[in-house]
Structure formats: structure tokens, C-alpha cells
Design a protein around this ligand. Structure first.
Ligand code: SAH
Length: 242
């Protein structure tokens, strides 16, 4: 074998090792979340195994550790246990063909998970007010298992104020809000389908993760799941000032 093809063979083996390792580490993260009872269903485990978190965090940061990571613009990618908690809470409303809205989609990680769950007949819509994050999240998704859904249009990420929701694809079976609101924005309640569920952190200093169910008569039931800490759902200007 000539030296060039020998080098190529070694490079190929190194690449295989690293990509295999990333898959194993993502799987290890999912196994830990299962062990601690945060992931309770096969479906949520499967989607978190399929969408590699490593593709969504900034280069050089540890993707599989259970902690939030700064992504610039005073935003963070949520910790894996928060992603898992929200997927579990929304699982029944993320069935094939359903519509899901991800407000404050950041890195695009959860939007990609939603898209995998609702499938090509469904709709997964991300809304993010930092245009640079809309671009980088699109690039992240393109590298992930959800790339074909982005291409066929059942997954889309839009630049805008998520407090207004995204009326184009409403009503939604599932709405996730990835930033803490002072109060639940009315347009999000309006865009929830009867039988639909919204998961939203509410509060300023002390925040509760609230589960908002719209009943079949259009009335709303709200319960608190747990205490959380998210970046605020606010204006772009206020967020960039920090
Ligand atoms: N689920 C995302 C969370 C990102 S942090 C992830 O794990 O990657 C919250 C995001 O909400 C930030 O990207 C922030 O820019 C965005 N955000 C805050 N207020 C917003 C608003 N009014 N409209 C749209 N996006 C908003």
C-alpha cells in the first residue's frame, strides 16, 4: 500500500472512531436520563437517540453533560433533562401528523425532535427572534437526522417575536416555550388547538414550568410541573442588553 492510501485508511479509522464515539456518548446521555426516570417512554428515548445533541452545541463545549450551555446572544441550550422533561410532557401531542410550535427555538434541538415525532405529514415550527440563531439552527438541523424534514418543509424555523406565536400553521397540538414569560402570551393560548397542550416556564426570578391544557370546550386548565430557570421571553433589544 502506498503511503497516501495508508494515511487515508488511518484517517478513515480515526473518523469512524470519533463518529462512533459521539453516537455512543449521545446514547449514554439518553441511558442516564432513563436511569434517573426523566425519560419514561420508548418514543422519547428513540427521538433523543436519533437527534444527536452534539450537533447542536457550540464547538468545544461538552454536549452530553446534563447542563445548559451558553450559545451566545445571552441565550443557552437547555440541559438534556429539561429537553427530556418537555418531550415527555408533550409526547401525546406530538403524534404523527400533528402540529407543534417551538417558541424561542435557539439551537433548533427540540424543533428537530418535534419534527421527528410528528413526521413528514405533521408540522414542526420554530420561532426565534435572533436571526443569527435562526441561521445556525438551520445549519445544525441540516447535519442531523431531521435534515430531510427541513428540506420537505414539514420542519421550518422562522425569525420573529415568538410571543405572537406563528399563526400560519395554527392551531397547534403542542406548543413549547423555551424562555420564561412574565405571563402566558394570549396569542399562544389562542393558537392552541382544543385538546392541545402548551409547556411554558412562567415567572421572573422564581419560575414554574406550567402545563396548559386546552379542553374540548376551549377552556384552559393550568398546573405547575416543577420549578425551573430559563432565560426571559422578552424583546430582542432587552435580551441583547443582558
Ligand atoms: N429550546 C432552546 C432554548 C434556547 S434559550 C434550546 O434548547 O436550544 C431561549 C431562546 O428563546 C433564546 O434563543 C432566545 O433568543 C429566545 N427568545 C427569547 N425571547 C424571545 C421572543 N420574544 N421571541 C422569540 N425568541 C425568543
Amino acid at each position: 500500500m502506498n503511503p497516501k492510501s495508508k494515511l487515508n485508511l488511518i484517517l478513515h479509522k480515526v473518523q469512524q472512531y470519533w463518529s462512533g464515539n459521539a453516537v455512543n456518548q449521545n446514547k449514554g446521555m439518553v441511558e442516564n436520563l432513563q436511569r434517573y426516570g426523566i425519560i419514561q417512554s420508548r418514543k422519547v428515548a428513540e427521538v433523543m437517540e436519533t437527534i444527536d445533541r452534539g450537533l447542536f452545541v457550540p464547538n468545544g463545549t461538552p454536549p452530553y453533560v446534563d447542563s445548559p450551555i451558553p450559545i451566545g446572544y445571552n441565550a443557552t441550550i437547555s440541559a438534556p433533562h429539561m429537553h427530556a422533561t418537555c418531550l415527555q410532557l408533550l409526547e401525546e401531542n406530538l403524534q404523527p401528523g400533528m402540529h407543534a410550535l417551538d417558541v424561542g427555538s435557539g439551537t433548533g434541538y427540540l424543533t428537530a425532535c418535534f419534527a421527528m415525532m410528528v413526521g413528514p405529514q405533521g408540522r414542526a415550527v420554530g420561532v426565534e427572534h435572533i436571526p443569527e440563531l435562526v441561521s445556525s439552527s438551520t445549519e445544525n438541523i441540516q447535519k442531523s437526522a431531521a435534515a430531510s424534514l427541513l428540506k420537505d418543509g414539514s420542519l421550518s424555523v422562522h425569525s420573529g417575536d415568538g410571543r405572537q406565536g406563528w399563526p400560519e400553521f395554527a392551531p397547534y397540538d403542542a406548543i413549547h416555550v423555551g424562555a420564561a414569560a412574565k405571563e402566558i402570551p394570549q396569542p399562544l393560548i389562542d393558537q392552541l388547538k382544543p385538546g392541545g397542550r402548551m409547556v411554558i416556564p412562567v415567572g421572573v426570578l422564581f419560575q414554574d414550568l406550567q402545563v396548559v391544557d386546552k379542553n374540548s370546550d376551549g377552556s384552559i386548565s393550568i398546573r405547575t410541573e416543577t420549578s425551573v430557570r430559563y432565560v426571559p421571553l422578552t424583546s430582542k433589544e432587552a435580551q441583547l442588553q443582558g
